[in-house]
Every structure is written in structure tokens, then in C-alpha cells.
Design a protein around this ligand. Sequence first.
Ligand code: HAM
Length: 419
Amino acid sequence: MKITALNGFKDIVPGEVELWQRVETAARAIFSRFNFSEIRMPILEKTELFARSIGETTDIVEKEMYTFVDKQITMRPEATASLLRAYIQHGLHVQKPIQRLFTIGPMFRHERPQKGRLRQFHQMDVEVIGAQNPRVDAELMAMGALLLEELGVTVSLELNSLGCPACRPGFRETLLAFIEDRYEALCDDCKRRSNTNPLRVLDCKNPSCRAQVEEAPSIQEHLCGECSDHFAVVQEGLQQLGVNYTLNKFMVRGLDYYTRTTFEFITGDLGAQAAVGAGGRYDGLIEQLGGPKVPGIGFALGMERLVLLLQQQEEMESAQGEIDIFVAGLGEAASEFVFPLVHALRRKGLRAAMDHEGRSLKSQMKQANKAGAKRVLIIGDNELEQGQAVLRDMQTQEQEEIPIASGVDKLAGSLFAAC
Ligand code: HAM
């Protein structure tokens, strides 16, 4: 019996690894343009680190962590908590009041594997620690948007504010009152959540819960003065930098440490796993982990999802580029013959192309290659005279002679059969 990799754990093999390198190289170049330094942390951390940061009642901590129960250690499910632990441990705030750090590596979550969702997955994570200015929030989102744009990936940026310990409890009460009347129609998870973390009810994927919260109050209208001002400047900043975004009152994120700005980069091309990246501000977290009282904000991009998008794009491009047959005519008489022939082939439903510039055979073959032609029919004046053309299969390089004397329509018919 063959031994295969664990479910949700994947090898990245040659042919695929090049795309990973492309993603990572592009990210490193952008992070450096925005003045970020790399930091690398271990994969194993004390379990308590994640319980204290991500939150005891989150799905990640409750259900998804790989924890060695006898040792109280956990394989990191994300990078933010570890990175902050390292920042605090090494007193990095003493060296520089504002730290701009990034890290790239594997994370582990015991989720149900599917397309774009793995148990070992990779994040490119960036964090700015020590900056309170809302412009930094806009700058970070602009950096993410720029990286995705340079990779050629189309996403939309969704934005929300989760307020702060001063205004969120008030919103929580308002939301609870709204949920109370609809409690019976909620899924079991949401019934439970409405006791532990009612905001999570807002982003439940269950259609019945979605319908219930459609008219729910928006946290954006319940922010305190400071949070509201912060949110306004974030949006102004995005507009100044030309970054498009949409407000999403339902976005609450699956990690408890967020305050104020939260955002997600969303794609419509990966089915249920729509978030290519996500992040937000976590102003109380560093202090909560025993560090200095400094704010922070960051986001992480999921590398598997990025690579999937690039692969899909490449497939689309090559499918678009493929033509069934390129007809290379050499010499004047041959070109006269080829012109109506290509039209006849197209009428039969084939994707056909020819050269109109009287180029050499070599350059026409190049053209055919570039267009991804599956076959090339070569007709020179000599071939015309002899009544035979050469049909070359571009994949196998095999050639066969095709009679052409009986005219364009018959030839188109036999080429259609051969393709
Ligand atoms: P997150 O939303 O849990 O946030 O994950 C960020 C991204 O990692 C997701 O948008 C997704 O692309 C990818 N990802 C998450 N889970 C999986 C999975 N099972 N398989 C494949 N990809 C996955 C965080 O982790 C926060 N630490 C982000 C952050 C940084 N917030 C502030 N700083």
C-alpha cells in the first residue's frame, strides 16, 4: 500500500512551485517598497498564546487548532499572535517606535479540506506595530491591493469597523435585541453564538440566518466619536490613494482581537473560499499579551488561494490562445489559395488563422506557435503545383501529405475531419 500525504496537507511539486515563487517574489518586492522587514517565528507556540489572542470562543481555538494536549503546545493557526509574541519578547518597540514586519510560512487549522481550504496552508502576513494614524490602515490596504494588481488578480476590497471596547458593548446590546425576535429561525451554531459572541451571527453563511440578519443594525452607525472619526479618515485615505472599496456591515472576522478597521480582499473566482486575504486593527492586543500599550494593524494573504487564481488565469489564457489550425501560405499563388481556405475552415467551425504579411515559413511557424496552433497546414507554390500540402501536428511534430487539387471546399472538409 502506498503511503500518501494526510488529508488537507499538500505537496507543492515542480511545475506548480514556480507559481509559488512568483507570488512570493512579487510580495517580497512590494513589502520592501513599503519598508517592511522580514521576521521568522517557530511553528510551535504555547497554546495559551492563541487562546489569549484569537479568543477562547472562536472556531479556530475551539475546534481547529492542532494542539498536543499533554504538552499545552499548538501548531500556529495564524501568524499575528506569534509575531506579536516575538515583538514583545525581543523588545522590538525599544529599537524602533513603529515596526513594519512581514513573515511568510505555513499555518495549521483542522478545517474541512476543500478547494482553497487546507489544513496546512501558507500565509504572507504583514503587521505595522505602533502606528495609530488611520492613514496607515489605508496605506496597508493600498499595499495589498497593489500586490494583487501586480499579480494580475482581480479582487474587491470589503471594509468595516468593529469599534472599540467603548462602543462595541452598546452595539452588542442593540444587536442582541434585534436577534432575540429572530432567535428560533437561527441555526444551532448561531443560537450558541448569540450567547457567546452575537456579532458572529452577522457573518453566518447559512441562508436562513443570512435572511434573518439582512435588516440587522449596522455597527458603522453605532461607533463612538473616536472610532467614527478614525473610520472616516481610513476611507478618505483609500480615496486619496485611488483604492476602490465597498462597506460591508456583515464582516466581523473569525478572530476576537480586532478593533476598528477590518477588511477582506474578496474574489468571485474561488467558490466558497472567497477571501484571498484579510486583516484589521488590533489596538488592545499587544498589551493583552503582556507587551507595551501600543496599537497595531495587519493582514494576511492566503498563498494557496492566490496560486489557484493564477493557475485558473493561466488556463483561461491558454484556452483563449489555442487555435485549431494555422494555414501557412508561401508565395503569391499559395496566398491566393489560402485566403478563401481559411474562411472555409472558419465556416466549418474551426478556429483558423493565417499570415497576411507574406512572411517566411520560419516566421509563420513562430506565429503559429505563439497562437498555440494545434496543427499547421503548409502550402507553398510548389505544393500547389504538385497538388499536395503538408499538415503538421504541432504536438507530436508528425507530418502527413494532404491532397489539395480538388479545391478549397473539399480540402476544408477533409481538414475539418482531421482536426
Ligand atoms: P484569516 O482571515 O484567518 O486572518 O486568514 C487570512 C487568510 O488566510 C484568509 O483570507 C485566507 O486567504 C487564508 N486562509 C485562512 N485559512 C485558510 C485555510 N484553511 N486554507 C487556505 N487558506 C486559508 C488571519 O489569519 C489574521 N492573522 C490576519 C491578520 C494579520 N490580521 C491582522 N494581521
